[in-house]
Structure formats: C-alpha cells, structure tokens
Write a protein that binds this ligand. Structure first.
Ligand SMILES: [Zn+2]
Length: 358
C-alpha cells in the first residue's frame, strides 16, 4: 500500500470515542480484561492518517436521529444509568465498579405477564442489556453518543455527494437492537446511518455487514422493512458462535421486509476464498441500492482473537473493491480486536472501496 491510498477520504472521528472504558467484561461469570479497548480506535486512526485520509470532526445531531431506530427508553437508560449507578450503593458499598445486569426478563420468566420497569436500578438493567459483557462506566455515554454522531456525519457527507465516508465508531453498534444492547454495542451506528440516509431522501439503502459476527441488532431494526436491505457474512452461530440466537440462513425478513434480509453463515476456518464468495453474493443481492452502509468489522481476520475465520488483508481489500463498485458507501466501524494488524486491515478495506469508486 502506498502512503496516500486514502488521500481525500473523509474519516469522521471524535476524541470522545476514547472515553468509554468498560474495564473488561464479565464472561461466563468471571471478570476478564476484554478486547474492546480505546487503543483500537487509536491504531485505526494512526493507520488511516498515514494512508492520507482526511480527519473530519463528528458533528452533533439531534436525538431524533437516534430515536428514529431506537426506543427512547433505551436512549434515556444509556444516558443516565452510570450516574444512577454511582448514586446507589453499588460502587461504594459493594465494590461493583461497572454497570452489569444480573436478572433478565426472558419470555420464560415473564410467561405472558406484561413487562414492568423494576424499582431498583440493579433489577432494571436486564430490561435493556441482554448479556453480562457489555459494561457501562465513566465516559460510556459520551462515547456512545459521539459514535452515533460520527455515523450520522458520515451519512450526511454521502447524502451530500461523497462517494465514500468512513465513521471511526467506538463503541461498535451492530449487536444493538431497537430496545436492546449487548455484544459490546449500545446504540446501532450503522442502523442510525442507514435511517439517516432514508430520511435524507435516499430511496433504497443496503446494509452490508462483513464483521465476523452476525449483526443481530441491525437485522432486528429492519427485519420488517423493504426500504433497507440487510445482508451479512459471518461465522455460523450454529457452530457455537455469538450471537447464538440469530444469524441463521432461514431468517429472510417478515411482512413487507420478506426477502430483504440475507444471512450467509460460514464454517469456522473459512478463509479468503469462501469469505469473498459470500461477500460477492451479498453484493449481487444488494445491487441496485442507491447507497450502501458497510458495517466494517475486521475481526474475520486470521490473527483476530474473537473469531475463527481466516481472512487476509488482501481479502479485505478485494471485499472493499466489490462493495465500492455498488455505489456510494457509508462505512461504519464495527469489530476488530488484533491491535497490531487492526489499522492495516481497515485501511486495506477502505482502499479497496475508494479505488473501486473512482
Ligand atoms: Zn464482531
């Protein structure tokens, strides 16, 4: 890669995205260091700057852009829960240094009863958070909001005529649904961007998700809609991988959205050949959309600790070329956790997109 491969490509960024410090995750009952760390954003920013990309500040957007895809109660919860947690006995008396849910109102627990909003803070957490590894702490809300603003700013740029704009979102978003957060995701940056494109007058939007994991939150957001298509290539949840309960091939959409959802689960160990064939299949199905939102996770890379897929940097570049050939692209950062290779993988993908759209 030459040093100026991304000259002129807008990289939308806010320093506030560094403020979210989940301080690890609780996985299978044990507090672990976690891999969704601020350093991820720093190494991506460094690689893209070296490649000549133009850093563009994320601009604030009104809450209506968030509530266009999310339940206002989820937004209010994320905005206030850390302050509420600190005001309770959790940190000072119990040493619970982050917000972690412990009881979840599953269908089985409710057994047909209506959903209530429990009185206690700790009782209420499971209403919105569906796992124990998506912690809230100091700076989380500022980063969550900044990531959404970055995605919205990138969508503004593409709606205004740019062929490619990239939002360096942290935390990521594609596991967050209309009224649920989890999987290290809080608000769904890609879904917010896709809806913003629609609101700006773009006719048909396709979300292409190349993160190693299925974007269950994005799928849930648009599952019954025909105007936003969703397609994903990801490690097969049926082979034992997160998000476990979604991402299967028979999930094709419902009602007006019937046929507007395409999941391509891949066997663990899949490398460039199989993965690129799946990406090409997604692109063929998405062709005709007026704009693309690319959920750009690079955790399908061989060195990544979070998935068993084995995609190379050249594979990511070629995927970028396939996607850039479809039309204007809003790229939104999702996963990717191998710090030594992360920046280069994002740069390779965006280089592919940028060159295809010349
Ligand atoms: Zn992922």
């Amino acid at each position: 890669m030459t040093t100026q491969d991304l000259a002129g490509t807008p990289v939308v960024w806010s320093e506030d995205c560094l403020r979210h410090e989940p301080d690890g995750e609780v996985w299978l009952g044990v507090w672990e260091p976690g891999t969704e760390v601020p350093e991820r954003a720093r190494v991506i920013l460094a690689a893209l700057t070296t490649a000549g990309a133009a850093i563009t500040p994320a601009r604030p957007h009104p809450d209506e852009a968030l509530s266009a895809v999310h339940d206002p109660e989820l937004i209010a919860h994320l905005r206030t829960i850390w302050e509420e947690w600190q005001a309770g006995p959790y940190v000072t008396e119990h040493g619970r240094r982050r917000v972690v849910p412990y009881v979840f109102p599953t269908e089985g627990l409710l057994a047909g009863l209506r959903m209530r909003s429990p009185t206690s803070t700790h009782g209420r957490l499971g209403r919105f958070c569906y796992d124990t590894m998506t912690l809230v702490g100091p700076g989380s809300w500022e980063a969550i909001r900044a990531a959404a603003d970055a995605a919205l700013t990138a969508a503004d740029l593409v709606a205004g005529g740019e062929r490619l704009a990239y939002a360096l979102c942290r935390p990521p978003g594609h596991h967050a649904g209309p009224a649920a957060y989890g999987g290290s995701c809080y608000l769904n940056n890609a879904a917010i961007a896709a809806q913003a494109l629609r609101t700006a007058g773009v006719g048909r939007v396709a979300v292409i998700d190349i993160d190693a994991h299925h974007g269950n939150g994005t799928q849930a957001t648009f599952y019954d809609r025909a105007d936003v298509w969703y397609g994903s290539a990801h490690v097969d949840p049926g082979a034992g991988w997160f998000p476990h309960y979604a991402g299967y091939a028979d999930e094709r959409g419902t009602g007006p959205g019937q046929g507007a959802n395409l999941n391509l689960p891949l066997a663990p160990g899949t490398g460039d050949e199989g993965w690129l064939a799946a990406v090409a299949e997604l692109c063929a199905a998405a062709r005709g959309a007026d704009a693309i939102v690319l959920s750009l996770g690079v955790d399908a890379a061989e060195a990544d600790p979070e998935s068993p897929l084995r995609v190379s940097a050249d594979g990511y570049r070629r995927a970028g070329e396939l996607i850039g050939d479809l039309g204007p692209v809003v790229a939104v950062q999702e996963g990717g956790y191998d710090l030594p290779t992360l920046g280069g993988l994002v740069a390779a993908t965006l280089t592919g997109v940028a060159h295809a759209s010349l």
